[in-house]
Design a protein around this ligand. Structure first.
Ligand code: ADP
Ligand code: MG
Length: 325
């Protein structure tokens, strides 16, 4: 199949039709309308085989996750997603693989009324790079740089299951089949907190999505905001499966320092906490306060008994030396 038939069959034919897209896939560029008083937010993240997902990952999950990780970034900005573009590099064009990849991508796109409006396709090592585009009311972006001392630090959903899945895949922990499937789904098909992120506009002071582990990602908020935080490790929202396995394995480390959870971490001033709890009624994921922003720079991980907790590593960093792994 040539490149143009491939684009037509697997991508153009399946893109939904939003009213604000004048020209979608098929011309040299896409043409879209942006509502008045709106800012456009763009997020792009690449998924590289063997780096961001294991070589044996199924095509549906790769398609799904290539969009999900970008929706997670838009969510962390408080933006409403609208469009996406896809740059896909594949070594061979196999129909079955492409169909499953497109199923994953379009299933998630349909959930949030997102139209695929363009991209590029090339032969090469397997890489899927989505750019997601979304709207924000002017000036209302949730930033990393606006946490204030006294803010409470919150996390959506649960942390650590993606790390548990990777640990199981590499034989570090052994899980029963049902648990293995559940955590593998959390790793391969994370739920971007799209609606939660938008609802946090005007309520959260600062926000980030957790792609590299809470230590690393909260650390970005702290540095950008020139503040510090005290986090109570035993309050981290982990699943029952995680609790069952942590005793024999890495304790809290996997939940603190491994990525791929795609939950939101955000800070809320004390006088907005009531509003936060009210708006969270609409959502079916957990909401957990894990600590507090303080003026003194640095991240202080504490146990309930007041002692310090030292993780063995701080988060995933590309190009770091072997000692940082
Ligand atoms: P050009 O040579 O002008 O870049 P292409 O042949 O690369 O054109 O792309 C033709 C059309 O198909 C463009 O509208 C482009 O945005 C779209 N397109 C190419 N690859 C993809 C893809 N993987 N997903 C969605 N749209 C794509
Ligand atoms: Mg092109």
């Amino acid at each position: 199949m040539d490149e143009f038939s491939l684009i037509r069959e697997f991508f153009a034919a399946r893109a939904s039709a939003r009213g604000d897209v004048a020209i979608g896939i098929g011309d040299d560029g896409a043409v879209v309308d942006i509502p008045d008083a709106t800012q456009l937010v763009l997020a792009t993240d690449m998924l590289v085989e063997g780096v961001h997902f294991p070589v044996d990952t199924d095509a549906y999950s790769i398609g799904y996750k290539s969009l999900a990780v970008n929706l997670s970034d838009l969510a962390a900005m408080g933006a409403q997603p609208a469009w996406a573009t896809l740059c896909l590099s594949i070594s061979t064009a196999r129909d079955e693989w492409l169909r499953a990849f497109a199923d994953g991508l379009f299933d998630l796109a349909a959930k949030y009324d997102i139209q695929l409006i363009g991209g590029d396709t090339s032969r090469g090592p397997l890489t899927a790079t989505v750019t997601a585009y979304g709207f924000l009311p002017r000036g209302e972006a949730l930033l990393r740089s606006s946490a204030r001392p006294g803010d409470i630090v919150y996390v959506s959903g649960e942390l650590g299951d993606a790390a548990l899945a990777l640990a199981a895949a590499s034989g570090v922990v052994s899980l029963d089949a049902a648990t293995r499937t559940r955590v593998q789904t959390r790793l391969d098909r994370p739920q971007p907190r799209v609606r939660e992120g938008q609802a946090l506009r005007g309520v959260a002071n600062a926000a980030i999505d957790i792609s590299d582990g809470i230590c690393a990602d909260l650390g970005h908020i702290l540095r950008a905001s020139e503040v510090g935080a005290r986090v109570e490790v035993e309050k981290l929202p982990v699943s029952q499966d995680y609790l069952d396995h942590m005793k024999t394995d890495a304790g809290w480390d996997m939940a603190l320092t491994h990525g791929d959870d795609y939950e939101l971490c955000f800070t809320v001033a004390p006088d907005r906490i009531k509003a936060l709890h009210a708006l969270w009624q609409d959502f079916d994921c957990r909401l957990t306060a894990i600590g507090e922003i303080e003026a003194q720079p640095g991240l202080r991980l504490m146990r309930c008994d007041g002692s310090c907790y030292e993780p063995h590593r701080t988060g995933y960093v590309h190009f770091s030396g072997p000692t940082d792994e």
